[in-house]
Design a binder for this molecule. Structure first.
Ligand code: SGN
Ligand code: CA
Length: 540
């Protein structure tokens, strides 16, 4: 790959030198380096992008990226949780190597991240929105990032010159900052790398007042597996705490005011500490903003007061699902509108032609499938992540790609596109052959996954596994010692663990061998598994 990159660059340089003077050569060479606009949302499920499925929502602006570029239907993460995914994207390394295996571990900032390399090679770099960790991201000329998870309403930002609060709705504000930098702050003579990072659609799912009004009028189709009872699965699925009806879906997630519950005699599992869950975001709103939310909140709360007591379990689950979707999808709709604003600006400014636009999420998310919300598992809805890439004159518009690509691959892809050599120790593969229609040189047939954060919120047990287009083999190795196998072609909803089915004995044996090879290839090991368990336990 490296040899190919050098060869391509030499060829381009040769062509240039034949036809122009030295000064001209430099400008042409630099001009050819594309800008990169990396758009990432938080917890945005591919099921909530109409380029993948239009059952839940229409996202015409995000879809445009695929219509004019490439839609990856098998993109996935290496560890389905926020901060680890971001660390993998920045370093191009699996989490057991970069050390940020869960949301709690610190990120070792002495590591090389890809924006630093871009900066060194003459790119202008900027980052706006949610990074999740740290307060001084390296490698970016300018940044304004949310502290930790950030807030939806009147959010606070960390900047080089101290903290500041900006009034308004977070998705609009992050976009305003991004557009402002593109329009007024960058040097038009240099290529740029822009990290445009949304807080939406992360919990606590507060849509803007307009989207709240719009989406609370809608009803959404139920997922086939909403009432999953986790039979034919292992212990991990049965003990995870992310069921919409029974686990950690608090009153504030449904937008039920604490007073409503008190008045009703605390009908819901009501935990005092989560009072803040409602008032945290709501009290950030000023009176004018509150006045926009109040009538809708009133009507939800009135409905709840009258009906909740009369509902059976099934009806309660359906009601919670609808409330969840209304809020979650309301936040997505704002993301889509704002992506549209940025794409329009690229068109108007003429930047579109030489800008790679990437849309992705830090991982997938459950939208009621298996009765769940949240992520973490290697099962499809959280393992897969949306990925849409547009690159005019390089990617054939309207292409769909089914290869198993990972967030691990982004750094090397962007570096190759910018004709910068990637560090030897990055562990991904550049996607350039796939983007440019040279798929023959792509030969990955399996990916490696490893999730660590346990015991913790949502109680998803530690596991690692190997995934091919046909199968998924998973080892839950802590607390329990259980293996699971899913036949992805014949059981796409992943309802049956066939690990012990004799018909799959050979598949299991082959995949186990391959899994060992992958663990060796990526330098993961039993010793490292234990090391991270020990560190985690020592912090409790
Ligand atoms: C919070 C959320 C969880 C979520 C984690 C991690 N609960 O704890 O639902 O899984 O963040 O999210 S909340 O009630 O506090 O909202 S992550 O995206 O940062 O990994
Ligand atoms: Ca996330």
């Amino acid at each position: 790959m490296k040899a190919k990159l050098i060869f391509t660059s030499l060829f381009v340089l040769l062509l240039i030198s034949v036809s122009c003077s030295k000064k001209e050569q430099e400008t042409v060479a630099k001009k050819q380096r594309p800008n990169i606009l990396f758009i990432m949302s938080d917890d945005h499920a591919y099921q909530a992008i109409s380029a993948y499925s239009d059952k839940l929502i229409k996202t015409p602006n995000i879809d445009r990226i695929a219509d004019e570029g490439m839609l990856f239907t098998n993109a996935c993460v290496t560890n389905s949780i926020c901060a680890p995914s971001r660390a993998t994207i920045l370093t191009g390394k699996h989490t057991h190597i970069n050390g940020k295996v869960d949301n709690h571990m610190p990120f070792d900032t002495t590591q090389v991240t890809f924006p630093q390399i871009f900066q060194k090679h003459g790119y202008q770099t900027a980052m706006f929105g949610k990074l999740h960790f740290g307060n001084n991201p390296k490698g970016v000329d300018e940044f304004m990032i949310l502290p930790g998870q950030g807030n939806y309403i009147n959010p606070k930002f960390i900047t080089k010159n101290g903290d500041t609060i900006i009034n308004g709705y977070v998705t609009d504000i992050i976009t305003d900052l991004t557009l402002n930098w593109l329009k007024k702050k960058r040097d038009p003579k240099k290529p740029f790398l822009m990290m445009y990072l949304h807080k939406a659609s992360h919990r606590p799912w507060w849509p803007s007042p307009e989207k709240f009004a719009e989406f609370t009028k809608k009803q959404f189709p139920l997922p086939e597996t909403l009432f999953d009872d986790y039979s034919n699965r292992g212990t991990a699925a049965k003990t995870a705490e992310m069921n919409l009806l029974t686990d950690r879906m608090y009153s504030h997630d449904s937008k039920i005011r604490p007073e409503t519950l008190t008045e009703m005699g605390n009908v819901e599992p009501y935990i005092e500490e989560f009072k803040g869950g409602f008032y945290g975001p709501y009290n950030r709103a000023n009176d004018e903003q509150k006045a926009l939310y109040n009538p809708i909140l009133d009507s939800i709360n009135n409905f709840f007061k009258v009906n909740w007591g009369k509902m059976n379990r099934e009806e309660k689950m359906k009601w919670k699902y609808q409330r969840y979707m209304q809020d979650y999808l309301g936040t997505i709709s704002s993301v889509d509108d704002n992506v549209g604003r940025v794409l329009n600006y690229l068109d108007e400014s003429g930047l579109a032609e030489n800008t790679i636009v990437v849309y992705t999420s830090d991982q997938g998310f459950y939208l009621g499938e298996h009765g769940w919300f949240d992520k973490r598992f290697i099962y499809d809805e959280s393992f897969k992540t949306p990925l849409l890439i547009r690159w005019p004159n390089q990617i054939k518009p309207g292409t769909t790609n089914e290869e198993m690509v990972q967030n691990l691959d982004f750094a090397q892809t962007f570096l190759e596109a910018a004709q910068i050599e990637a560090p030897e120790d990055m562990q991904g593969e550049s996607l350039i052959p796939l983007l440019t229609g040279n798929a023959e040189s792509w030969n990955r047939d399996a990916v490696y996954y490893h999730y660590y954060e346990y015991p913790s919120v949502h109680m998803v047990k530690r596991h690692y596994g190997i995934v091919t287009k046909e199968y998924k083999l998973v080892h839950f190795y802590y607390d329990v010692d259980e293996w699971e196998l899913y036949d992805r072609k014949n059981d796409s909803l992943e309802m049956n663990n066939v690990y012990n089915d004799p018909a799959y004995a050979e598949v299991v044996s082959n995949l186990k061998d391959k899994l060992v090879q992958l663990r060796v290839k990526y330098k993961d090991s039993k010793e490292l598994d234990q090391k991270y368990i020990d560190i985690y336990n020592s912090k409790k």
